[in-house]
Design a protein around this ligand. Structure first.
Ligand SMILES: NC(=O)c1ccc[n+]([C@@H]2O[C@H](COP(=O)([O-])OP(=O)(O)OC[C@H]3O[C@@H](n4cnc5c(N)ncnc54)[C@H](O)[C@@H]3O)[C@@H](O)[C@H]2O)c1
Length: 258
């Protein structure tokens, strides 16, 4: 990711959440980070500073994104059982505000968080591919389809390129077995692989994007985001090829197989 100053400025929304607070300390040391969330504070553990930013406030987003090379949009309600009233502010209005503000601020790369919940109602049981069209089994997944479409719109109409990440089951520790569903094990995204996924999403030049059937086009890609499990709910070959993603963690490593 080229930057005039040499050290790219990357703004993160929702940085005090589970993924943000654990992945932020592992992001490239060469980045300048501006971490934001609803409330200002410090991240537990790392002590990294967080600035206040409500993603439903488009003007505040545009000010926070000034001079940024990339925006990683993590803010949202990540609950598959959430109601429309719970999802509307951050997931629907906020995602639009972040995207519009990123364009207004001339941000080069926007990374939005989708979810495997966007493809949770498959036609048949099969390994989910990055190229699968959205087919959510819940309203939360539909808002993640919205995030993908907003990303596609922005990339098609502005100089901001967009990576939409269909994140699987993020968990700080390797999921225990028994105690975790097979689906969760197969969709696990570890902390260090989450950081690697964010690094790759920001730094990839998207040269390998090659016009697939859905979600692929100039400056826009939808990719699955899970770790390197030996049995995978989602195929990450497109993520590896297009982004240069190098996942390391296997939910089954060292455990008796379920
Ligand atoms: N955790 C998972 O397994 C998972 C799976 C798939 C996708 N995702 C997506 O990844 C992203 C991050 O997930 P997470 O697990 O860290 O969620 P989280 O709930 O732990 O963190 C989300 C953060 O967003 C912030 N936020 C909510 N509304 C906001 C607003 N209006 N303005 C600014 N900040 C706001 C919250 O304060 C919180 O710190 C979400 O978009 C989620 O949908 C997560």
């Amino acid at each position: 990711m080229p930057s005039a100053s040499g050290a790219p400025l990357v703004v993160v929304t929702g940085a005090a959440g589970r993924i943000g607070r654990s992945a932020a300390p592992l992001l490239p040391a060469g980045w300048r980070l501006r971490l934001t969330d609803l409330r200002a504070g410090q991240l537990p553990g790392s002590g990294l500073a967080v600035e206040a930013l409500d993603v439903t406030d488009e003007a505040a987003c545009a000010a926070a994104f000034e001079g940024a090379d990339a925006v990683i949009h993590l803010a949202g309600v990540p609950d598959p059982a959430a109601t429309w009233e719970q999802l509307l502010p951050a997931n629907v209005i906020g995602t639009h505000a972040v995207a519009a503000a990123a364009v207004a601020a001339g941000v080069g790369r926007l990374v939005v968080c989708s979810s495997l919940q966007a493809v949770s109602a498959p036609v048949a049981e099969h390994q989910v591919r990055s190229e699968d069209p959205p087919r959510p089994a819940n309203l939360y997944g539909a808002t993640k389809g919205w995030a993908e479409l907003v990303g596609s719109w922005v990339a098609a109409t502005s100089g901001t390129s967009v990576v939409a990440l269909r994140i699987g089951y993020f968990n700080e520790q390797r999921p225990p077995w028994p105690g975790t569903t097979p689906r969760e094990l197969a969709a696990w995204l570890s902390v260090r692989d989450a950081a690697e996924l964010l690094r790759a999403s920001v730094e990839s030049d998207l040269r390998e994007v090659d016009g697939g059937p859905v979600g692929h086009g100039a400056g826009f890609v939808v990719v699955n985001g899970t770790s390197a499990g030996r049995y995978r709910k989602a195929d990450v070959s497109t993520t590896q090829r297009v982004l240069g993603y190098r996942p390391l963690d296997d939910a089954w490593a060292g455990e008796p197989l379920p």
